[in-house]
Write a new protein. Structure first.
Length: 119
């Protein structure tokens, strides 16, 4: 009887540890790059609009923008911030992320807008 109980406890511990490992899955690098870029753009929009419209600051629209970005990319806010803290602890990886965000911004800036069609 004791062996069954010890096997059951061991099984419960293994399942619990396995679930915890699944909860701490990392966000893929490309998704992190996209989310950081979108958050930076949301911050810029918020900063520009809050200068002329003080209700944006009072209603904390930046928090709303952040949540919309997290929902759009199907990631959890706490998971994102945990991964950012881990990246900040590893400066080389963090620099790689920020450099890739910068190159993404340059690519977006250099996109050509098609000329209007002549009638």
């Amino acid at each position: 009887m004791r062996s069954y109980l010890s096997i059951f406890i061991l099984f419960v511990l293994l399942v619990a540890c396995n679930n915890e490992a699944k909860n701490e899955q990392q966000i893929p690098f490309e998704k992190m790059q996209t989310v950081v870029w979108q958050l930076l753009k949301a911050d810029e929009l918020y900063a520009r609009k809050s200068v002329t419209d003080s209700t944006w600051r009072a209603s904390k629209k930046n928090v709303v923008f952040y949540q919309q970005i997290f929902d759009l990319n199907k990631i959890d806010r706490t998971q994102f911030y945990k991964q950012m803290e881990k990246l900040k602890a590893h400066p080389v990886e963090f620099k790689t992320l920020m450099d890739s965000v910068e190159s993404l911004s340059k690519r977006e800036k250099n996109k050509t807008i098609p000329a209007p069609k002549k009638l």
